[in-house]
Write a protein that binds this ligand. Structure first.
Ligand code: AMP
Ligand code: ZN
Length: 110
């Protein structure tokens, strides 16, 4: 989507300190960290959030979920929290699906 900031990061039109990339995914630190380590993992293909996934996205979401631990490990994390916010009422601000990886210090219980 042309007005999506994460699509612009994928296209190289906005800067990001990419820490992991493959043909399907990109990971980079958030600009507003809520933990010592706070990364965002996004699919390169635009989809708004979990609500807009279709059966065609099954391979992509499986790949994303199985790659999250590798990205966390490459950031030096052994324990971490993953969050995806869905919809405005779920706290979503950027409507390009993304998973937060938070860690690097002891997180409070949830
Ligand atoms: P959410 O509230 O789940 O939609 O999370 C959006 C995340 O994107 C927040 O952590 C923001 O700080 C982060 N964010 C917004 N713009 C950028 C950007 N240009 N580069 C990196 N992170 C961003
Ligand atoms: Zn997008």
């Amino acid at each position: 989507m042309s007005d999506c900031i994460f699509c612009k990061i994928v296209a190289g039109e906005l800067p990001a300190k990419v820490v992991y990339e493959n043909d399907q995914l990109l990971a980079f630190p958030t600009i507003e960290p809520k933990a010592d380590t706070h990364l965002l993992v996004i699919p390169k293909k635009h989809t708004e959030n979990l609500n807009t996934l279709t059966a065609d996205d099954a391979d992509m979401i499986a790949h994303l979920m199985t790659t999250l631990p590798k990205i966390a490990a490459s950031a030096g994390l052994t324990g971490y929290r993953t969050i995806t916010n869905t919809g405005a009422e779920g706290g979503q601000e950027v409507f390009h699906m993304h998973f937060h990886i938070l860690g690097g210090d002891q997180l409070p219980g949830f």
